[in-house]
Ligand binder design. Structure first.
Ligand code: C2O
Length: 537
């Protein structure tokens, strides 16, 4: 195994998109940022140096961080942020994972521009469990705001209303041709006839799930969230923020240019999203740049059947080499309602004295000012409590009329799990304001998505339909609008692990909580001591 060293300088950089230029926070001046490459079992050392006025922290999204929670990155959860002029070395080993993940800033809304890909190759000499593609390429999907993203969210917090949507989506940092602005400038993937290409597609957007498709080419899905799946062919994939999907395309056309499109998905839009579909081009070598592009029509924004077709096709590979180790018995069976609500807010400028909040089990999470992992490790009192409810405090028909009282409880509440406990969480969308799809991300673990349904979860009948044989394994999962998903994992990683909606606007409103996993008794079952350069608050 190798040591892979990276230097991330966090710097401001003038960047032009949509015919205007603004100064954005970047890593090494790049948008998207650099790709991290490692092989399974390698140790990765990333030295992050902060040269900007914003405090920064970087999360290695989906990297399990076994016993190295200090390197996970969410600000005030596992570390205090890196301040201007300071640095921190993220030190972790990638074990038991291979595929594509992403890294991103995990503080405020800085991940809008501070993100990039992580590519974990199989161990040397270990082949992919599918025919080796001739070429590979990273495709990072994102969002672009003409205004400063920090200003966008601050305005929303002050007003109590929802923030503006972005002005465009991007593919590898570019929206593609923009009317009245530029007719060129999108990302181009050059291909040769009869070769195969693996695209490592990541959704690094802040607030939108995206459809991704390519004119004239089917996508063979082979991996999601750095876990292998049973390969299947499909026209359109769906990727939520924080998710990654590897697809293989075969360049079976002889020549030409084909449109690649990334467009938003929201099955029950409250307001029509008017930001733009991002486009890129698949360009066969030898094709004149003046020749026309074969277009593709993105699915409509509310194309739930297209989304479901993709989601329902996902199965763990579950081979001898890569078995799906689904917990069959459950020590902690939890029901978490996830959704939006309103709280009174006399100081809010708009919104009639109320503000939108979000919650899990009616708890709106309050960010602490001391990192939770440190508070736990050093036994600092008064930072958090461990009374996060395992069930919602009241029940109602989650897909029907809202309860009379929409006020949530506020607190920094954690749910405590003994080392190695097996856990089932049913995530139930409440639809209090509007049924909305919430992509929930769990730090520190992969989980198996054993069940999914519409309406209210039925604890008597639904578990009988669970797939315990080959459910897809991932780290981020969409809770369907007005429905539920059931996930299972084993708490084999001591530390404090954040779980939150990966739509940044919902995280900001409080749709988050954390698990506290105790140390085990064995010699390799405790979190490692904190690194010396761990940032101070
Ligand atoms: Cu990708 Cu806690 O986030």
């Amino acid at each position: 195994c190798k040591i892979r060293r990276y230097q991330f300088d966090v710097v401001m950089s003038n960047t032009s998109r949509l015919c205007s230029t603004k100064s954005i926070v970047t890593v090494n001046g790049k948008f998207p940022g650099p790709t991290i490459y490692a092989r399974e079992d390698d140790t990765v050392l990333v030295r992050v140096v902060n040269h900007v006025k914003y405090n920064i922290s970087i999360h290695w999204h989906g990297v399990r961080q076994l016993r190295t929670g200090w390197a996970d990155g969410p600000a005030y959860i596992t570390q205090c942020p890196i301040q201007l002029g300071h640095s921190y070395v993220y030190n972790f080993t990638v074990t038991g994972q291979r595929g594509t993940l992403l890294w991103h800033a995990h503080i405020l809304w800085l991940r809008a521009t501070v993100h990039g890909a992580i590519v974990i190759l199989p161990k040397l000499g270990v082949p992919y469990p599918f025919p080796k593609p001739d070429h590979e390429s990273v495709v990072v999907l994102g969002e672009w705001w003409k205004s400063d993203t920090e200003a966008v969210i601050n305005e929303a917090l002050k007003s109590g209303l929802a923030p503006n949507v972005s002005d465009a989506h991007t593919i590898n940092g570019h929206p593609g041709p923009v009317p009245n602005c530029s007719s060129t400038g999108g990302f181009t993937l050059s291909v040769e006839p009869s070769k195969t290409y693996m695209l490592r597609v990541i959704n690094a957007a802040l607030n939108e799930e995206l459809f991704f498709k390519i004119a004239g080419h089917k996508l063979t899905v082979v991996e999601v969230d750095a876990t292998y799946v049973k390969p299947f062919k499909i026209d359109t994939i769906l990727i939520a923020p924080g998710q990654s999907t590897n697809v293989i395309i075969s360049a079976k056309q002889n020549a030409g240019k084909y449109m690649v499109a990334a467009s938003p998905f929201m099955d029950t839009p409250v307001v029509a999203v008017d930001n733009m579909t991002a486009t890129a081009t698949l360009h066969y070598s030898g094709t004149l740049s003046t020749s026309g592009t074969t277009l593709t029509t993105p699915p409509p924004q509310n194309a739930t059947p297209v989304a479901n077709k993709f989601i329902n096709s996902l199965r763990s590979l579950n081979s001898k080499l890569y078995p799906a180790k689904v917990p069959l018995k459950v020590d902690h069976s939890l029901l978490f309602t996830v959704g939006l609500g309103v709280n009174s807010c006399p100081t809010c400028k708009a919104g009639n004295g109320s503000r939108v909040v979000a919650n899990i089990n009616n708890v709106t999470f309050l960010m602490p000012t001391t990192a939770l992992l440190q508070a736990n490790y050093f036994n600092i009192k008064g930072v958090f409590t461990t009374d996060f409810p395992g069930k919602p405090p009241f029940s109602f028909n989650y897909t029907g009329n809202p309860p009379a009282n929409l006020q949530t409880t506020k607190g920094t509440k954690l749910y405590r799990l003994p080392y190695n406990a097996t856990v089932q969480v049913v995530l139930q969308d409440t639809g209090i304001i509007a049924p909305e799809n919430h992509p929930l991300h769990l730090h520190g673990f992969n989980f198996f998505a054993v069940g999914r349904g519409l309406g209210n979860f039925n604890p008597k009948t639904d578990p009988k339909k669970f797939n315990l044989a080959d459910p897809v394994e991932r780290n981020t999962i969409g809770v369907p609008s007005g429905g539920w998903v059931a996930i299972r994992f084993q708490a084999d990683n001591p530390g404090v692990w954040f779980m939150h909606c990966h739509l940044e606007v919902h995280t900001t409103w409080g749709l988050k909580m954390a698990f506290l996993v105790d140390n085990g008794k064995g010699p390799n079952e405790s979190i490692l001591p904190p690194p010396k350069d761990l940032p101070k608050c």
